[in-house]
Write a protein that binds this ligand. Sequence first.
Ligand code: 5GP
Length: 194
Amino acid sequence: MKLLEARIREDGLVLPGNVLKVNSFLNHQIDPELMNTIGQEFAHLFRDDNITRILTVESSGIAPAIMTGLALHVPVLFARKTKSSTMNNSLYTADVYSYTKKVTNKISVDQKFLLADDNVLIIDDFLANGQAVSGLLEICRQAQANVAGVGIVVEKAFQTGGQLLRDQGVRLESLAQIASFADDQVHFVGEVVE
Ligand code: 5GP
């Protein structure tokens, strides 16, 4: 998605540890118009898949997920990283190692919001080594829900997550694919080097 690539070039900052900081439009401050365009793009990609629910993980997945849910007219469920005192029903849970925070979180969703007849679209902001998406897939497995695919805003294609998902036969749609951070610059997959 050219608009997203342009925004990453303009506002993204490459940090040590292969982390891209995009907190001016995605991870802290949010650009609602860009999120709306992203949501419409995911909705377009999965328009024929009879999606019944979007699943993401708090907090940075929520913005693109909610705009996708709005475009597809389906509910958006986000896995929580901490158990809220109001979550007293039975839960589906999975352990997820956080790439950026270097801690393991137990993510959970209330069983009443994810059903065996659901056809789920998983959305997240970044794909690195695939831990977050694997946790969400595990939660869908526990619920016996079908996963139609995974929509990622920014895939770091030089890390292992994309291959991990494709090897499991998971349909993966990434709106921006980063090939490398060579010389602290963002290089996208397929970009023409001058
Ligand atoms: P994974 O679980 O695929 O290893 O990493 C994906 C998760 O880690 C995402 O949910 C995202 O929050 C975070 N993450 C991974 N890489 C980056 C990055 O380069 N920048 C930012 N802002 N978050 C990242």
